[in-house]
Design a protein. Structure first.
Length: 258
C-alpha cells in the first residue's frame, strides 16, 4: 500500500474542554491519562504502515512542544477549520489523496488507520468521508454516545477521518464550514444535500450511494463514504464529560494489552 501524507487538525479555540488541562490552548492538547490527545493521534499515525509524512496544523506557540514531536512539520492554524485545512494541504501533491485526521481521537489505532487508507484508495475518490455503523460501535464501545443518522443500509455516525486530493480544496472551502457545523445534527447534514434527500432521510430511504451521488454533484468532485469496521475511528472528545470517559477507555485498553 502506497503511503499517504497525513494532516492532523489541532487548531481551535480555548473552550471548556481545554480548560480541564492547565496551559492547553485548545482541546487537542487536553491530557488523557497523562498524554495529550494530539500526541495519541500522532502515535497511532506514526505506527501506521499506511502513513508517511505527518503535518500538524496547530497554534504557532505549540510547534516546539513535546506534544507535537512526532510530526514532520507544523503549520499555523486558522480561525476556522477550512483555513486550517488549507494550511495543511498547501504545497502537497494536488493529485495524491491526503489523510486528514481529527486530533481528538483518544483510542485511535494503526489498524484503524490502515483500513481507512486502504478503503479510500480502492474507492478512487477525490473526497472520502469516514463513517461507522451503529452495530459496530455498540459492540465495542456501548457507553460512548453519538449522534446517529439512519440510512436504508443501517444507522451511522461520522468518523474522524477524511481523505482529500488537494486540487479539490477550492470546491470544498465553503461546504466544509457547513458540513462541520452540521456534523452532529443529522437533519442539518441531510439538508445540505437537498430537501428531496432530507425527505427520504426522514423516512429512512436515503442510501449511501444516493448520498454519495448528491455530494459529488454538489461539489463537482467524486465523493465516497468509507465505512470503518473499527469503532476506534469514531470515539472522540466533544464535551467535558467525554474526557473522563476517554480516560476510562484508554486505561482499560492499556490494562488489556499489558
Amino acid at each position: 500500500m502506497r503511503r499517504v501524507t497525513a494532516v492532523v487538525l489541532a487548531g481551535g479555540p480555548l473552550d471548556a474542554i481545554a480548560a480541564l488541562t492547565p496551559g492547553a490552548p485548545n482541546k487537542a492538547f487536553v491530557e488523557i491519562a497523562g498524554v495529550p490527545l494530539v500526541t495519541r493521534v500522532l502515535r497511532a499515525l506514526r505506527s501506521s504502515a499506511a502513513v508517511g509524512r505527518i503535518v500538524v496544523v496547530a497554534p504557532p506557540a505549540t510547534h516546539a512542544w513535546e506534544a507535537l514531536a512526532l510530526a514532520d512539520a507544523c503549520r499555523a492554524d486558522g480561525p476556522r477549520i477550512g483555513e486550517s485545512l488549507r494550511a495543511g494541504l498547501a504545497g502537497l501533491d494536488p493529485e495524491e489523496g491526503v489523510l486528514v485526521a481529527a486530533s481528538d481521537l483518544p483510542v485511535l489505532t494503526a489498524l484503524c488507520i490502515d483500513d481507512f487508507v486502504r478503503q479510500a484508495a480502492a474507492a478512487d475518490a477525490e473526497v472520502a468521508y469516514g463513517c461507522l455503523e451503529r452495530r459496530t460501535h455498540e459492540a465495542r464501545f456501548p457507553e460512548v454516545p453519538h449522534t446517529w443518522a439512519r440510512l436504508r443500509e443501517g444507522t451511522y455516525c461520522g468518523g474522524g477521518f477524511v481523505t482529500i486530493k488537494p486540487r479539490v480544496y477550492p470546491l470544498l472551502a465553503g461546504f466544509i464550514e457547513r458540513l462541520g457545523r452540521a456534523r452532529k445534527n443529522p437533519s442539518q447534514l441531510a439538508s445540505l444535500f437537498g430537501w428531496d434527500i432530507l425527505l427520504k432521510f426522514a423516512v429512512r430511504r436515503v442510501t449511501i450511494a444516493s448520498a454519495e451521488e448528491r455530494a459529488s454533484r454538489i461539489l463537482g468532485a467524486k465523493v465516497r463514504a468509507v465505512v470503518s469496521p473499527y469503532a476506534e475511528s469514531a470515539v472522540n472528545v466533544d464535551r467535558e464529560s467525554d474526557v473522563a470517559l476517554a480516560e476510562r477507555l484508554v486505561r482499560a485498553m492499556e490494562n488489556a494489552s499489558a
